[in-house]
Write a protein that binds this ligand. Structure first.
Ligand SMILES: [Zn+2]
Ligand SMILES: [Zn+2]
Ligand SMILES: [Zn+2]
Length: 95
Protein backbone atom coordinates (compact mmCIF):
# COMPACT_ATOMS: atom_id res chain seq x y z
CA UNK A 1 0.00 0.00 0.00
CA UNK A 2 0.98 3.63 -0.32
CA UNK A 3 2.48 5.14 2.83
CA UNK A 4 2.93 8.89 2.94
CA UNK A 5 5.39 8.61 5.85
CA UNK A 6 7.91 6.89 3.63
CA UNK A 7 8.22 9.88 1.35
CA UNK A 8 9.76 11.87 4.23
CA UNK A 9 12.36 9.24 5.06
CA UNK A 10 16.05 9.52 4.43
CA UNK A 11 17.11 6.04 5.49
CA UNK A 12 20.30 5.85 7.54
CA UNK A 13 22.81 2.99 7.81
CA UNK A 14 22.29 0.59 10.75
CA UNK A 15 23.89 2.02 13.91
CA UNK A 16 24.52 -1.44 15.39
CA UNK A 17 24.67 -3.91 12.48
CA UNK A 18 25.59 -6.70 14.90
CA UNK A 19 22.27 -6.67 16.76
CA UNK A 20 19.66 -4.86 18.84
CA UNK A 21 21.18 -1.70 20.28
CA UNK A 22 19.52 -1.95 23.72
CA UNK A 23 19.97 -5.73 24.03
CA UNK A 24 23.66 -5.45 23.20
CA UNK A 25 24.05 -2.83 25.91
CA UNK A 26 22.12 -4.82 28.51
CA UNK A 27 23.35 -8.26 27.50
CA UNK A 28 19.87 -9.38 26.43
CA UNK A 29 18.81 -11.76 23.69
CA UNK A 30 16.56 -11.16 20.71
CA UNK A 31 14.56 -13.23 18.22
CA UNK A 32 14.37 -11.07 15.10
CA UNK A 33 15.81 -7.66 14.24
CA UNK A 34 14.12 -4.57 12.81
CA UNK A 35 15.71 -1.46 11.34
CA UNK A 36 14.29 2.03 11.94
CA UNK A 37 14.26 3.73 8.55
CA UNK A 38 14.43 7.20 10.08
CA UNK A 39 17.62 6.97 12.15
CA UNK A 40 19.20 3.54 11.62
CA UNK A 41 18.31 2.20 15.07
CA UNK A 42 18.41 -1.61 15.15
CA UNK A 43 15.92 -3.09 17.61
CA UNK A 44 14.37 -6.43 18.40
CA UNK A 45 10.93 -7.59 17.29
CA UNK A 46 7.73 -8.00 19.30
CA UNK A 47 8.48 -11.71 19.81
CA UNK A 48 11.66 -10.74 21.67
CA UNK A 49 11.59 -10.01 25.43
CA UNK A 50 12.72 -6.40 24.97
CA UNK A 51 10.49 -5.38 22.02
CA UNK A 52 12.98 -2.59 21.46
CA UNK A 53 11.98 -1.80 17.86
CA UNK A 54 8.41 -0.97 18.87
CA UNK A 55 9.56 0.81 22.01
CA UNK A 56 11.93 2.94 19.94
CA UNK A 57 9.18 3.82 17.49
CA UNK A 58 6.85 4.95 20.26
CA UNK A 59 9.53 6.92 22.09
CA UNK A 60 10.79 8.73 19.00
CA UNK A 61 7.69 8.79 16.74
CA UNK A 62 9.83 7.33 13.97
CA UNK A 63 7.09 5.80 11.82
CA UNK A 64 8.56 3.05 9.65
CA UNK A 65 10.71 -0.01 10.35
CA UNK A 66 11.99 -2.67 7.96
CA UNK A 67 12.92 -6.25 8.67
CA UNK A 68 16.62 -6.60 9.33
CA UNK A 69 16.57 -10.36 8.85
CA UNK A 70 18.68 -11.84 6.05
CA UNK A 71 16.72 -11.98 2.80
CA UNK A 72 13.54 -10.42 4.21
CA UNK A 73 12.22 -7.41 2.34
CA UNK A 74 9.23 -5.83 4.04
CA UNK A 75 8.53 -2.73 6.05
CA UNK A 76 5.91 -1.76 8.60
CA UNK A 77 4.39 1.66 9.23
CA UNK A 78 3.35 2.17 12.87
CA UNK A 79 1.10 5.09 11.94
CA UNK A 80 -0.80 3.27 9.20
CA UNK A 81 -0.54 -0.04 11.11
CA UNK A 82 0.17 -1.72 7.79
CA UNK A 83 2.87 -3.51 5.89
CA UNK A 84 4.42 -1.24 3.28
CA UNK A 85 7.03 -1.60 0.55
CA UNK A 86 10.68 -1.08 1.46
CA UNK A 87 11.81 2.28 0.01
CA UNK A 88 14.51 1.88 -2.64
CA UNK A 89 16.84 4.12 -0.57
CA UNK A 90 16.73 1.66 2.32
CA UNK A 91 17.41 -1.51 0.32
CA UNK A 92 21.23 -1.25 0.52
CA UNK A 93 21.05 -1.22 4.34
CA UNK A 94 19.12 -4.48 4.66
CA UNK A 95 20.83 -7.84 5.03
ZN1 LIG B 1 2.72 5.38 6.81
ZN1 LIG C 1 16.28 -5.60 22.06
ZN1 LIG D 1 14.59 5.72 14.77
Amino acid sequence: MFCEHESDLEPAPPRTPEGCEECLRAGGAWVHLRLCLTCGHVGCCDSSPGRHATRHAHQTSHPVIASYEPGERWAWCYVDQAEVDVPADAMPYLR
